[in-house]
Design a protein around this ligand. Structure first.
Ligand code: GCU
Length: 644
């Protein structure tokens, strides 16, 4: 029985507590808070977290945590309740942590506890686009949670021995770790994909080591984004050519230095030869040659290279941007080492409110792949608009089977704002990302309900109403921003608000809105057909390739993505394209107005502070939705006038 560890806990003094909201609360407000006297019969690393969480939250009489080596070798767990005794069984200690949080969630939601669950993806990862100076690329919730300058004592995680500021920082990072662990997230990339070479300096590696030590008990593995030219910028080499032996040697030495202090380090995330970042292409080498050089250095330690396919304007400059990832990477299929994973955004362009799925997921047959989703709302109203993203991600999984993927990454929306994500409802997207990364079969609605109940109130009148609001919010956003397949008509740089007439001669054409909507007196939309356009439809598998190619069968939500359509084209509704466009924009505005009115009725269910903060943001969203409608329709009407 050496493979079984039994830990008995007698839990008593169960009390229901409520506390005033300070605006910082996450969903970790298990409703039954018990005080436990714990009797331990055995301990193993990592069990401590499960024990601590359960003893604080579980309202039963006793609980047993049990390791069973006969279970599937993943982070899964089983929960059983018999005669008032709770048993959580897992193969790994990580499973005990996830099982503990699941038991608490189920208890808080009044659900039956008995269940067994295994994660669908092995890698459930957050990508922070946080810079070392504390700023965040596309972050809308304040500055970075990581305060690198406060990490002065890297030798201990005993908070009593830390300076006060660092102890407070550690508390905040533990909150973050708990929130992640409670939804199953098991990996985090700490820094921006546009990476500073300084990230790999010895001083920062020491700080990363401290972060890894704080996160490890919650089963969160740390990864770093790396700048491909680091051997030059930090190491003083004359080149970063992946085939240069000195370069390989530099990376091997650096990787060994990292693993000396972080033995479970996850690996590197790389943005190469994209948007001005250095890469193997600078030396005429392929992505596979670049990735493999890093993979070789990481391999002896079990580390991975996560290589991004978000590449355009490099070798296929001038080609329709949505085709470039496939053009660039397909020739490398089968040439990557086994510890390289290709990470691609869900759509072929760039996290638009609605995109068709990225065909690279079909085309790379012999390369492990991961999907990159964006939790931060770069193109969906930042953290100012209430837009629940689970339906968008479910849409993606309806085209790309989770079975094709080794993992999912979410570009986070977390910052040092009191409420973590800028908008209270933006927390729902962090939560939903984690829940879907564990189980993509969950419905968006189930997740919304859970989150609302854990975060605000279980009152049915509140939960039913706000679930409906959340479920409609993404489609509302598509409607007031870019309906019917329109895309990339945002203001330059900050990507907030409409700029359909956007054109700057000094910018690459593929950053300019006018390049994407192609409005003229005949019609609007980007012709991507094989017959007369860019031929992007050819990259899709059947039946989608044929469906998207034909204007008669192309789903209307993607119509202007794939076709240049006449203003007087008859839509399925019987309306002309112009009329249909107007209808969608107006519908988006109406939906937000409804959200505002609904929220006003929710006042009895929410504490004043959070209610007011959400109300302010909704009022702003309603104004923005009008601006989108008026600016876009005003602009398009100039073209449509003669022909609508
Ligand atoms: C978008 C985004 C950039 C980001 C890039 C990426 O273009 O606007 O800020 O760096 O995506 O994903 O690499």
């Amino acid at each position: 029985m050496t493979n079984k560890i039994f830990i008995f806990m007698a839990l008593f003094l169960c009390a229901v507590t409520s506390r005033a909201e300070d605006g910082s609360s996450l969903w970790l407000r298990w409703q039954n808070v018990g005080k436990a006297k714990i009797e331990l019969k055995g301990v193993q690393d990592g069990v401590a977290v499960a024990r601590k969480e359960l003893s604080a939250g579980y309202c039963g009489k006793s609980a047993v945590l049990r390791i069973d080596k006969a279970m599937a070798d993943d982070d899964g767990f089983a929960i059983e309740e018999r005669d008032g005794r709770l048993t959580i069984t897992a193969r790994r200690t990580s499973g005990l942590i996830y099982g503990a949080y699941e038991a608490l969630r189920r208890q808080a939601l009044g659900m039956p506890l008995d269940m067994e669950s295994h994660p669908r993806f092995a890698i459930r990862m957050l990508n922070h686009w946080d810079n070392l100076d504390g700023s965040i690329e596309r972050g809308y919730a304040g500055n970075s949670v990581w305060k690198w300058e406060q990490m002065t004592n890297t030798s201990t995680t005993d908070r009593r021995r830390l300076p006060a500021a660092q102890a407070a920082l550690m508390d905040r990072i533990i909150q973050y770790a708990r929130a992640n662990a409670s939804v199953g997230i098991n990996a985090t990339v700490l820094n921006n994909v546009n990476a500073s070479p300084q990230m790999l300096s010895s001083a920062y590696i020491n700080k990363v080591r401290w972060m890894a030590d704080v996160l490890r008990p919650y089963n969160i593995r740390v990864y770093l984004s790396v700048n491909f030219a680091t051997p030059m910028k930090l190491g003083g080499l004359a080149t970063a050519d992946p085939l240069d032996p000195q370069v390989g040697e530099w990376w091997r030495t650096k990787v060994a230095e990292i693993y000396r202090v972080i033995p479970d380090f996850g690996g590197f995330l790389v943005k190469a030869n994209s948007e001005g970042q250095p890469g193997p292409g600078d030396y005429g080498r392929s992505h596979a040659e670049g990735a493999n050089m890093l993979a070789e250095a990481l391999d002896p330690f079990g580390g991975k290279v996560v290589w991004r396919s978000f590449v355009y304007g490099a070798n296929h400059k001038g080609e329709d941007r949505v085709k470039q990832a496939v053009s660039e990477f397909e020739p490398c299929d089968g040439k990557f080492r086994s510890n390289v994973i290709l990470q691609s955004k869900n759509g072929p362009l760039d996290f638009q409110p609605r995109e068709p799925y990225a065909p690279i997921f079909d085309r790379m047959k012999r390369t492990p792949q991961m999907a990159e989703l964006q939790i931060t709302q770069e193109y969906l109203g930042h953290s100012r608009h209430l837009v629940y993203l689970a339906p968008m991600w479910k849409e993606f999984f309806s085209f790309v089977s989770p079975d094709r993927l080794q993992g999912v990454a979410g570009v986070t929306n977390i910052g040092d704002d009191t409420n973590w994500c800028g908008h209270h409802f933006a927390q729902a997207n962090w939560y939903a990302f984690g829940r879907l990364a564990w189980n993509p079969e969950l419905t968006s609605e189930e997740i919304a309900r859970e989150w609302l109940r854990l975060t605000f109130s279980s009152d049915a009148a509140f939960v039913d109403t706000m679930t409906d609001v959340m479920m409609r919010s993404r489609e509302a956003c598509v409607d007031y921003m870019m309906p019917l397949g329109l895309h990339h008509i945002f203001k330059f740089d900050h990507h907030y608000g409409p700029e359909p007439d956007g054109f700057k001669a000094e910018y690459p054409l593929e950053w300019c809105p006018v390049y994407y909507h192609r409005a003229d007196s005949v019609g609007v939309g980007f012709d991507r057909t094989v017959a007369t356009g860019s031929g992007a439809t050819r990259q899709y598998r059947e039946p989608y390739a044929s469906q998207y190619e034909n204007i008669k069968t192309c789903p209307e939500e993607y119509l202007l993505w794939f076709h240049h359509v006449a203003w007087n084209h008859r839509m399925k509704s019987g309306l002309t394209l112009w009329q249909e466009l107007c209808r969608h924009y107006q519908h988006g505005v109406d939906e937000v107005d409804r959200m505002v009115m609904t929220w006003r009725r929710m006042r009895p269910y929410v504490d004043d502070r959070r209610w007011q903060e959400v109300d302010d943001r909704l009022a702003h969203q309603a104004e923005n939705a009008r601006e989108w409608r008026d600016v876009c329709l005003g602009y398009f009407e100039g073209f449509a006038r003669k022909n609508k």
